[in-house]
Design a protein around this ligand. Sequence first.
Ligand code: PLP
Length: 452
Amino acid sequence: MTPPRNSSATRDIATAMHPYTDARAHEANGPMIITRGEGVRVWDDQGRSYIDTVAGLWCAALGFSNERLVQAATAQMRKLPFYHAFTSKSHEPLIDLSEMLVERAPVPMSKAFFCNSGSEANDTAVKMIWYYNNAVGRPQKKKIISRVKGYHGVTVASASLTGLPANHKLFDLPIAGVFHTTTPHYYHEGRPGESEEEFATRCASDLEELILREGPETVAAMFMEPVMGAGGVIVPPKTYYEKIQAVLKKYDVLIVADEVICGFGRTGEYWGCTTFGIEPDILTCAKALSSSFLPISGVLVNDKVYQGLADGSHTIGTFGHGYTYSGHPVSAAVAVETLKIYDEMDIVGHVKKVAPLMQAGIQKLASHPLVGDARGVGLIGAIELVEDKAAKKNFDPARKIAARAQKLCEAEGLIMRILPGDGIAFSPPLVINEEEVALMMNGVTNALDKLA
Ligand code: PLP
């Protein structure tokens, strides 16, 4: 249906280009315009309300309204709306936030560095790894490993780490020196007769083969999301991280945990690293760091990495990296307040209380004729729609089955997110309550029943 002339939709089509959107389809169909939010719900310009079952983009942890965050931002804007952190300048919100992150880190971390997005945090981590290895005298150790279907962002380096075709095709990516190893997704990648444990062992030996093929003296780091989010909400088998970390430590390969989605309670612990026993040298975080009220991301480095970076910067006379808005005072003040709220409400305790209801609902959907795999941990999960459950065969993409499910969910008052391979994600605001979880699961069940 063509939107009326001069409507917001027509104006949007005329001048806005949207991220992650088929521009031609957008020209034909127009936008969904969201006008306000409250709690776990948002409203569109037709006055319809929706539970946002992925918290925007896995990020609005405290939902779409919070007066304390509004107050923290406005108070900081009145006091000091901007100052930078270059050349030893600092301010209280940056100091407070660094301290809070280092104190809360899942393993001992030495320093926090700030950026504006998850992509920038991962890009910064890549540059730190290169800089570090140059500074400690091993300039040949630069290659970086991530995983097929991993998601680490969209800057040139972070999109290269991302292991999804849509982020590479037509962009001439990935850049040289980035390699993708096996996706730890037992449902699709496990072989007939192979146990989950055996599959985890095979993932680790695939990784070791890759490192040996490239030469361990050339492999610098591996990036990993504890739960792979945008690539499909993939929860690795139990012994996977123990096995791959043993390989990485054997060849002196740095471990980078991308906690952009998993951090701050999502997996039922404060960090995904804690849920899965990951011991990173570098940790990146964003999204729930400020509950998405303002853009901010962080890179935490352990002392080994910090010492190399510090020595390098001293030799050159500066650490030649940083953004105008690294540690922006208003964003940092909002992040500090966000972390205080998480402490006061016991965010991890809340997720532990509510998550079993969501996971039970997801497992119940596993018996639906259209659902092949149902997976998750904490308040993150997914179902995967299949044409043939026994053969784990996906639908012909031309049938756009997940997009049709998404439309039916909208009619049930739910904004859902589609994942590659006809997956549907669940990653609601962490403040969701039991009643809202039940509404979400019932809505999805009704939508799937209509699709069947
Ligand atoms: N890393 C992970 C795990 C993500 O899920 C995302 C975004 O979804 C990013 C990095 C990139 O973050 P941003 O979109 O803020 O650049």
